[in-house]
Design a binder for this molecule. Structure first.
Ligand SMILES: NC(=O)c1ccc[n+]([C@@H]2O[C@H](COP(=O)([O-])OP(=O)(O)OC[C@H]3O[C@@H](n4cnc5c(N)ncnc54)[C@H](O)[C@@H]3O)[C@@H](O)[C@H]2O)c1
Length: 348
């Protein structure tokens, strides 16, 4: 399956095909170029090797797995390694990994020599469903996520569902939260695949459809609004509260009892669904998948974090709500209404 992201400038193909990692040479322009392959030490090394073996001049650089690698120090190490490898502006960086490798690799590509070509080969469900397309690249500053980054579109995205076979189950399910989000805001048929997972058969059997339909939703939204000035905000459904929970609980991989990004988004979506029957259906889907539907977190701290995220920009906040399946609405609400969304008493 192929999708083409059509942007004003720099359109690119997204290839979704089992085994496509082995065909990078045919599918992307790497001929006669130095190829810097970035991966992490949690990803089976054969995936990066499969890519490197197709290039005439490649090097593989492996960073430690986990969110902590999306930092200035590792960013500097990657750039230094690119320089040491003798990369020029004509060369290319290929990310082989989850959202961490993709976000960091994309930002290295965006900034090395003011920008070189970037190819993304996502290996986690989260990256295949969501983070590998759309052009957002970033690193964190301390625990402040994605605060330094750039919009930098890849030249190609190669999605090989075969690599998901080695992904730990909790990571696999974590990524599906972003697909559930896509179904809720824009695609009832995608949502139906999740309901089938409760009663008929495992979602694993539909994984290609789940990835494809999720990418279609994101592609359509990004094509309308590449730099998030309008409708792209829909993709933030679940993220306003989700980011607050993520900041307070900590990102798993950085903090021992933290939660993964998708798990926080899942928790953040529930209060934003207005139709009570749909909340019940969504909870059932999340339970069947193994996503948390409740988590113990300090609501006051989450609220403080949400205020902090606003960075003093006025006393209202825009949240994305889902009034019914497959549709969304941006609501500007007073910050004082946030406690109600979190199930707390309203502030005085
Ligand atoms: N750019 C965007 O638009 C966007 C969107 C959503 C999330 N993100 C970012 O994505 C990151 C999270 O991504 P993630 O969930 O993929 O986490 P991740 O990159 O940390 O990968 C999760 C873990 O799975 C391992 N792994 C990855 N693929 C594997 C495979 N095929 N087999 C075995 N192990 C494998 C990794 O080593 C890692 O330990 C966060 O930093 C988040 O901010 C970015």
């Amino acid at each position: 399956m192929k999708l083409t992201m059509r942007l004003k400038k720099d359109s690119y193909d997204i290839i979704l095909k089992r085994g496509c990692l082995k065909n990078l040479y045919q599918l992307a322009n790497i001929r006669g170029r130095k190829v810097f392959v970035l991966t992490d030490d949690g990803i089976p090394p054969e995936y990066a090797k499969t890519v490197a073996d197709q290039c005439t001049d490649a090097t593989v650089f492996t960073i430690p797995q986990g969110e902590a690698s999306k930092c200035l120090k590792v960013y500097g190490q990657v750039l230094q390694a690119m320089l040491d490898f003798g990369m020029s502006r004509q060369d290319v960086l290929v990310a082989v990994g989850g959202g961490v490798v993709g976000d960091l690799g994309g930002f290295c590509a965006a900034s090395y020599m003011r920008g070189i070509d970037f190819i993304n080969c996502p290996t986690s469900t989260l990256a295949q469903i969501d983070s590998s397309i759309g052009g957002k690249t970033a690193i964190d500053l301390g625990e402040t996520k994605n605060i330094v980054g750039a919009f930098w579109q890849p030249r190609a995205v190669l999605i090989d569902p075969d690599v998901l076979a080695t992904l730990p189950r909790r990571q696999y399910v974590n990524g599906l939260a972003e697909a559930l989000k896509a179904g809720l805001i824009a695609d009832p048929q995608l949502y139906a695949l999740f309901e089938k997972n409760i009663t008929e058969h495992s979602i694993d059997q539909d994984i290609e459809q789940v990835i494809y339909r999720s990418l279609q939703v994101k592609k359509k939204i990004v094509e309308q609004d590449e730099h998030e000035h309008g409708p792209r905000a829909a993709l933030n459904f679940g993220h306003t509260i989700g980011h607050g929970i993520e900041a307070v609980k900590g990102v798993r991989g950085r903090r021992k009892n933290g939660l993964y990004h998708g798990e926080c988004v899942a928790l953040g979506m529930l209060p934003m669904i207005e139709d009570k029957a749909l909340v019940k259906r969504t909870r059932a889907i999340m339970r069947a998948l193994g996503l948390p539907t409740r988590a113990s977190y300090d609501k006051t701290k989450v609220l403080e974090q949400m205020h902090h995220d606003k960075k003093g920009r006025g006393d209202t906040i825009t949240v994305i709500k889902v009034p019914g399946l497959g549709c969304w609405r941006a609501d500007r609400i007073p910050m004082t209404d946030l406690p109600l969304l979190l199930g707390m008493e309203a502030e005085d």
